[in-house]
Ligand binder design. Sequence first.
Ligand code: NA7
Length: 530
Amino acid sequence: MDNYDAIVVGAGFSGLYMLHRLREAGLSARVYEVGDNVGGVWYWNRYPGARCDVESIYYNFTFSKELLQEWTWTSRYAEQPEILAYLNHVADRFDLRRDIQFDTRVVSAHYIEAAGKWRVETNDGRVAMAKYFISGVGCLSTSSTPRFEGLDTFGGEQYHTGTWPHEPVSFEGKRVGVIGTGSSGVQAIPQVARQAAHLYVFQRTAQYSTPAANRPYDREYVEGIKANYPAIREQVLKSWGGTTTRPRGDRCAFEDTEAERRNRYEQAWKEGGWMHGLYKDLVTDPRANETVGEFIRGKIREIVKAPEIAAKLAPTYLYGVKRPVMDTGYFETYNRDNVTLVDVKADPIVKITPTGLRTRDADYPLDAIIFATGYDAMTGALFRIDIRGKDGVSLRDKWSNGERIRTYLGLATAGFPNMFTITGPESPSVLSNMVWSIEQHVEWIDACIRHMEVNRIAVIEAKPQAEEAWSRHCHEVADATLFPKGDSWYNGSNVEGKKMSFPIYLAGISVYREICDRVAANGYDGFQQA
Ligand code: NA7
């Protein structure tokens, strides 16, 4: 049996940096990774058009000045291959691969109270023990394919955007169906349309998408950013979401006249990016929210030539309640002759057939189906591992019982000693710049572990009262916004039978960081230590 100080699951941004910090602290660590290389979501998401929607200059580690200086992003929103190349560079530069076991899935992690250690079993039948068990599994890493009747009978090619093949895929001359119009579908659809003989888009919910306005970075701009990074970092740390791209507005929507609002929205549409930060009440007041929703619907009507297609593409729910999307030529794609939009709310998918897809009203013969149907988000990857804490209690049961998940700071959960969750539920996670949130969590966990090692503390565990108070606070903050008021992967309503309360801390990364720092400064307040 192998013994380590720490076991980390996943070799994406989280696992790589965690491993680096553990080694710097002089601890032995093992990372297990299902893929055959590093990268996490950026390893798996290779679909056409896959790119980040956080600006590149903020989508990198900041812990190493040298790393910051030597890496140069080539465009405003980096494409998947470039981000994957960056993560490979990080792995090589810090010589991380030697402590990563690839092609290995962690199947169970059980806390053995008598030993004060985690017993971790992998799919190769091996067992390892470690004092610390750290999850870097990511929030969006377990892809979800709805259980359509006849799914296995389809004779053509099938893909999921989240597990795309490594070999090139050509849709040249093929009839292709894309199911799903979230970020992945919206990025893939314009690219697939350019290749396919005919593309059928099966849309269940219309999407608020705004232009990304991606552009190549010129060298001068990037050099300027690099020279100025300490100051930029200071600004980002004070921000809500982890970038300075579009600071949260300080005015309410109706403090401006209709013409002023329109100007502001027009300007933002031209600049590219999300729009929910333009006024401070867009995510709290439904009437304010409606102004931006109607602006985007107007844009769709302007872009899409056929009014009946534009009407189908017009979303009606609150803007931002589902993860807003950024695109490059998405709505324009519906002006192409080889693209058909099928509204599957009006005409539901009945089954997948050997030759295509059947809705209630029609048969669609297809050579390939792309499932852009998203993820079992936030908890899916954790629940795939049989994680059991004290008294054999499973994490799945703990978090599925009751009306909400309970964590302390999104970093730990009572009953699961010495276990940490990087960007876990009830932290800012997916509603922040993930890389900065990962960096903050890894550094907090690293400091906590060092504190334990220096002070010879064997066990640290969140107190139930502390996690109850945190969880309630997290939900109170969310309930003051519109975010929990819709169906989205944020609250699990995209996965049949899931549905959970809204598990993301919305007070912003600067407030959150202060709280975490205060907990540490107060000797890890809210944790019991022995
Ligand atoms: P999303 O955003 O969850 O999108 C999934 C899409 O698939 C969405 O349009 C869903 O419609 C649709 N869907 C899911 N199940 C079905 C069924 N049964 N029938 C028809 N359509 C369905 O996943 P993405 O991969 O696009 O993006 C995930 C995140 O990755 C993204 O937000 C970024 O943070 C990065 P629905 O809206 O549920 O009606």
